[in-house]
Design a protein around this ligand. Sequence first.
Ligand code: BG6
Ligand code: BG6
Ligand code: GLC
Ligand code: GLC
Length: 917
Amino acid sequence: MFAVHLMAFYFTKLKEDQIKKVDRFLYHMRLSNETLLDIMARFQAEMQKGLGKDTNPTASVKMLPTFVRAIPDGSENGEFLSLDLGGSKFRVLKVQVSEEGKRNVQMESQFYPTPNEIIRGNGTELFEYVADCLADFMKTKELMQKKLPLGLTFSFPCKQTKLEEGILLSWTKKFKARGVQGTDVVSSLTNAMKRHQDLDVDILALVNDTVGTMMTCAYDDPYCEVGVIIGTGTNACYMEDMSNIDLVEGDEGRMCVNTEWGAFGDDGALEDIRTEFDRELDLGSLNPGKQLFEKMISGLYLGELVRLILLKMAKAGLLFGGEKSSALHIKGKIETRHVAAMERYKEGLANTREILTDLGLEPSDADCIAVQHVCTIVSFRSANLCAAALAAILTRLRENKKLVRLRTTVGVDGTLYKIHPQYPKRLHKVVRKLVPNCDVRFLLSESGSTKGAAMVTAVASRLQAQRKQIDKVLALFRLTQEQLVGIRNKMRVEFEYGLKKDTHPLATVKMLPTYVCGMPDGTEKGKFLALDLGGTNFRVLLVKIRSGRRSVRMYNKIFAIPLEIMQGTGEELFDHIVQCITDFLDYMGLKGAQLPLGFTFSFPCRQASIDKGTLIEWTKGFKATDCEGEDVVDMLREAIKRRNEFDLDIVAVVNDTVGTMMTCGYEDSNCEVGLIAGTGSNMCYMEEMRNIELVEGDEGKMCINTEWGGFGDNGCLDDIHTQYDKEVDEGSLNPGKQRYEKMTSGMYLGEIVRQILIDLTKQGLLFRGQISERLQTRGIFETKFLSQIESDRLALLQVRRILQQLGLDSTCEDSIVVKEVCGAVSRRAAQLYGAGLAAIVEKRREDQGLEHMRITVGVDGTLYKLHPHFSRILRETVKELAPQCDVMFMLSEDGSGKGAALITAVAKRLQQTQREH
Ligand code: BG6
Ligand code: BG6
Ligand code: GLC
Ligand code: GLC
């Protein structure tokens, strides 16, 4: 009995002594609570640095955005291929995800070896090898004839700008294949797969193993928002608020960030806790100076740390009686699985003896106890460091959510965590100690990262299918060069129809003579009133023209025309106009003045002289009764008479295109075309009198108001007319009319966009499939909103804000789609304008028998002025479709009122000369 006690005492004493000895020797590896809290704080700062746009380039913890935006919601389904490369084992898998009521995942997998000559050889060969393994797997599983999407788990630091791309930043762990760093892994693998002609695989997602692990665990536990790997390497990812990720546009929701915490300390931040063993291990590694945190923690290095320590202790005579075996000198001889075995509760000591003996050593009892304790210190330090960094992440999550207590789940994977008997317990305990205000559940990922990767792929594949649907819709708005040439030619034919007496009555492009026959010559002078009706604003102006100096002074006032008046009776409309004139004259102190007036009236009018204009039909937003077929000058005169307060001399009625051409022509005599790209769409130009069959005389030129808005009303544009155009047409005030205008002008572009958005929403591709009342409201997308949405300077978030202001509750993804839709619609409009304009300049060039022609186009209208791309696309299209014409665009800064006044001045002068003769 006494002997037993004595033995026990002896053993306890022996153990104590050995432990003390090792503790003393490895003093630096034992980290106090304060130190861990300090490391935690340092890691918090590192995360912040990695997330900041300016600080990221120099940050060692890269905090890589992964473009995984949500954890699985259970709606994922389909059949996927998966590759898992970068951990201790390389696997190819087929994953079947089904939702049928309950979540269900089936996997079939096959391991393939990764020989050193492959993973440290030539990059191309590495990817070819991976592709070969995939092909082999598919053959064995008889999947060759199937086209399956693939998710690639690639456990190295990759910079991503989208899910299906990853630029390898650097190899870590055991890999070091040449020529891969700095290149996109997805395209390399895609290229390698091309060698197998029967392989038809689309790589839809690249995910880090941490991300895969998080997603795997989140499939079973929706609280999971962190993924940790403690295996060959170590790393973690977590769901970060988008508003904190500077490197990715958008502020909404969250995105998974791959911290790449293995590189913590690469900038020297951990030098105070690194030991001589860490430094020696680093020097002998494949990537010296890199992944310093990982090298203190992960499975690839733990055994080696233990070996280096044992060697040093032996050298110092603290172990094995100072004897070292040759095996103990060999790098990699002690592996993590040995460390794990030595730390087993019961068999630990026996295992230690066996392992040491296998290394050619002759350990005493004391040696075994000491070595076991070395292992404990090394692996405990590993768990401590992991816990500190993880605690920093958990704290960040809690603070992001502004919670006092956080309840969360951490998904974990990796051989060290899985096979080491003490590791999980230690890790959990330290984490809980460091973040007492977090209730953390640790969930072991039983099925590896691939299940999670398949979830990510499932979402990506659903998005890809949606993308295809969206592209299909947008493709309807894409015009080929050939189509544009066709449109130009058709427009040209319509011009001729409109000009010829025989065909004119049936022509849809009416080519109306304006009786404006010349440009101002600078001798005009006097004070004029002008009205400008039919664009966005109704204006009354006073224009003072001084002769000789080509200088004009203008005073104007904008008046509203309420909808009920635009669409009321003609009398009401003209009474309202006269009321506005009265107010203006009062305002200018001109009460009772008798001034000549030029009336810009931006609707199609048949003119028999400059001061007569019969409204053919209303266009755009006007629909006042009893006006069509009437002379609008008469209607205005009668309204003035009804008021009986003043008299005005209405000298000219002018279309806005003509006013614009004149305004610009006053500055540049080469200006022979007037273009409006605003609420409506129209163009006028100077035509040879001999070509205008409707007007007597062959001398000189006259301005023709083409009214090209009616182009297509005979069906000649039906091939490009989409269902959305039809809907817009049907909902307009003049169905079946002004087809070209409805595809090109400001009043309708927003409506086309709205129709497309409604359709995409119906298809479930936008606004979560919910058609809001707002979206059903006609006219919500005014030109100014389209222009804002399409501005390049605008961040996605701002687009979202505009949409929200419009009452459309959109996500960032929605905003991207809306912007694309706007882009497609406005681009088509600009191209159609370009085709029309090319038709006229080409006609003018040919009519004049010129090889090459220079011409200036005066332009006005909110679409042209506000839209960020419209004018450029218009210019480019004209250049392509009328290469022999040098077309200059001149923006009319002063509106068409000025031009109308000039025309009035000219007409007045002519009137006087006629009277004098
Ligand atoms: C596996 C995952 O379970 O764990 C891999 O499927 C991951 O994606 C690996 O890389 C990490 O552990 P180890 O120990 O194999 O590096
Ligand atoms: C203005 C002109 O500048 O532009 C108007 O003065 C013209 O006559 C208008 O109708 C066209 O643009 P919008 O966008 O106002 O229809
Ligand atoms: C290395 C890799 C990292 C990976 C980790 C675990 O640290 O750089 O991407 O997640 O190992 O496998
Ligand atoms: C409409 C009108 C036309 C006007 C154009 C631009 O197309 O019919 O006369 O020029 O809009 O305002």
